[in-house]
Ligand binder design. Structure first.
Ligand code: ACO
Length: 322
C-alpha cells in the first residue's frame, strides 16, 4: 500500500519582534498580565510588503533543503492559511511560482488555527490515493494584519510566521506505525460566533478584524483538543505513554497545561514555542515541529501527536512517525 513519509521540516519567522512591553505602549496591558494569562513573551511581525506567500516560500525552501529535495521534485503544495495575499488566486499558487515550479498543483486550505492539520490530512490522502508523489504542506500566516490594535483582548495574542513539511509517498509493505499514520478532523459550524473575523468578501466587502470570546473559546479548546487526542488513541490502541512528543497548536500556555493535566501528559513531552511566537494560527504546529527537530529534541523514529483547535470551530489531531 502507498504511505506518506515526512522527509524534512522547515520554518521562517519575520525579523521584526514585538515584545509585551512594546504592546504595553500601544494598549492598556502589561508584560505581567500577558505572561500570566497566556505564557506569551513576544511575537514576530511581518514587515511592510512582506506577504504570506513570502513567508510560506521561505519555510518551504527550508523544508526542501532539510529533505535534500528541490522544487522540481514537488508535484503538490497544500497551504493552510487564513491570511491570503489576495482573495484569489490561492496563495499556494504564488508559492508555486516563487519556487519556480511550472507543474503539479497548489491550493489553499482554510481552517484557521487547525489549518495545518487539515492541510496535512488532505495532502496525505491525495498522496496515498496516488494523485501526487511529493508534497510540501505549509502553514503560513500574516495574522497580525487581521488584528484590531485597539482591542487588548485579542491584539496581544497573535503573531506572524510559517512552517512546512515535505511529504513523500512510497510503496510500503512494512509496519503500519511508520510515516503518517492517521488523522482525526472535525468542525462545528454552530460555534462560529465565539471566534471569527467581522468582515469578508461576500458579507461586508471589507477585510475585518478578529473577534473572540476568549474564556469561552478557552474551555471549548481544552475539551475538543482532549477529545481529538483520545480519538487517535482509541483508533490506534496506543496510550499517552507511547507518544514521544506532543506538538500542539500554540494558542496559550494555559490551554496546553490544561490539556496535559486532563490527559495525563508528561510536561517534558510537550513542545512549547508560544512564549516566542505567540499564536501564529495555521503556522504554529509546523513552526513548533521544526523547532523540536532542529533543537535535536524530536529525532527520526519518534512518534509525534499534533493537535489543534481554532475558529469554526475546527479541531483535530494527526499522528505520525518522524
Ligand atoms: N491586558 C490586561 N488586561 C486584559 C487584557 C490585556 N491584554 N485583555 C483582557 N484584559 C482584562 C479584561 O478586560 C478583564 O477585565 P475585567 O475583569 O475588568 O473585565 C480581565 O482582563 C479578565 O479577562 P478574561 O477575558 O476573563 O481573561 P482570561 O483569563 O479568560 O484570559 C485570554 C483571556 C488570554 C484571551 C484567554 O481567555 C484565552 O487565552 N482564551 C483562549 C483564546 C485563544 O487562545 N484563542 C486563539 C484562537 S483559538 C485557539 O487557537 C485555541
Amino acid at each position: 500500500a502507498r504511505r506518506s513519509f515526512i522527509r524534512g521540516t522547515g520554518s521562517y519567522l519575520p525579523t521584526k519582534v514585538l515584545t509585551n512591553n512594546d504592546l504595553s505602549k500601544m494598549v492598556d496591558t502589561s508584560d505581567e498580565w500577558i505572561v500570566e494569562r497566556t505564557g506569551i513573551r513576544q511575537r514576530h511581525v511581518a514587515a511592510e510588503g512582506e506577504m504570506t506567500s513570502d513567508i510560506a516560500t521561505a519555510a518551504a525552501r527550508d523544508a526542501l533543503a532539510a529533505a535534500g529535495l528541490t522544487p522540481a521534485d514537488v508535484d503538490l503544495i497544500v497551504l493552510g492559511t487564513t491570511t491570503p495575499d489576495q482573495t484569489f488566486p490561492a496563495t499556494a499558487t504564488a508559492v508555486q511560482a516563487k519556487l519556480g515550479m511550472t507543474g503539479g498543483a497548489a491550493f489553499d486550505v482554510q481552517a484557521v488555527c487547525s489549518g495545518f492539520l487539515f492541510a496535512l490530512s488532505t495532502a496525505d490522502a491525495m498522496l496515498k490515493q496516488g494523485l501526487f508523489n511529493t508534497a510540501i504542506v505549509i502553514g503560513a500566516e500574516t495574522f497580525t494584519r487581521l488584528l484590531d490594535w485597539s482591542d487588548r483582548g485579542t491584539c496581544v495574542l497573535f503573531g506572524d510566521g510559517g512552517g512546512a513539511v515535505v511529504l513523500q509517498a512510497e510503496e510500503w509493505d512494512g509496519a503500519e506505525d511508520q510515516g503518517v499514520i492517521t488523522h482525526h478532523i472535525r468542525t462545528d459550524g454552530t460555534k462560529s460566533d465565539l471566534l471569527y473575523v467581522d468582515g469578508g468578501v461576500s458579507s461586508t466587502g471589507t477585510i475585518g478584524h478578529v473577534r473572540m470570546e476568549g474564556n469561552r473559546v478557552f474551555r471549548h479548546a481544552v475539551t475538543n483538543i482532549s477529545a481529538a487526542i483520545q480519538a487517535v488513541l482509541d483508533e490506534t490502541g496506543l496510550t499517552i505513554e507511547d507518544i514521544d512528543w506532543f506538538v500542539p497548536h500554540q494558542a496559550n500556555k494555559r490551554i496546553l497545561d490544561a490539556v496535559a493535566k486532563k490527559m495525563n501528559i508528561d510536561d517534558e513531552k510537550v513542545i512549547i514555542t508560544v512564549d516566542k511566537h505567540a499564536n501564529t494560527s495555521a503556522a504554529s504546529i509546523p513552526l513548533a515541529l521544526n523547532h523540536a527537530v532542529r533543537t535535536g529534541r524530536a529525532k527520526k523514529g519518534d512518534l509525534v501527536l499534533s493537535e489543534a483547535m481554532g475558529g469554526g470551530f475546527s479541531w483535530g489531531a494527526s499522528l505520525f512517525r518522524l
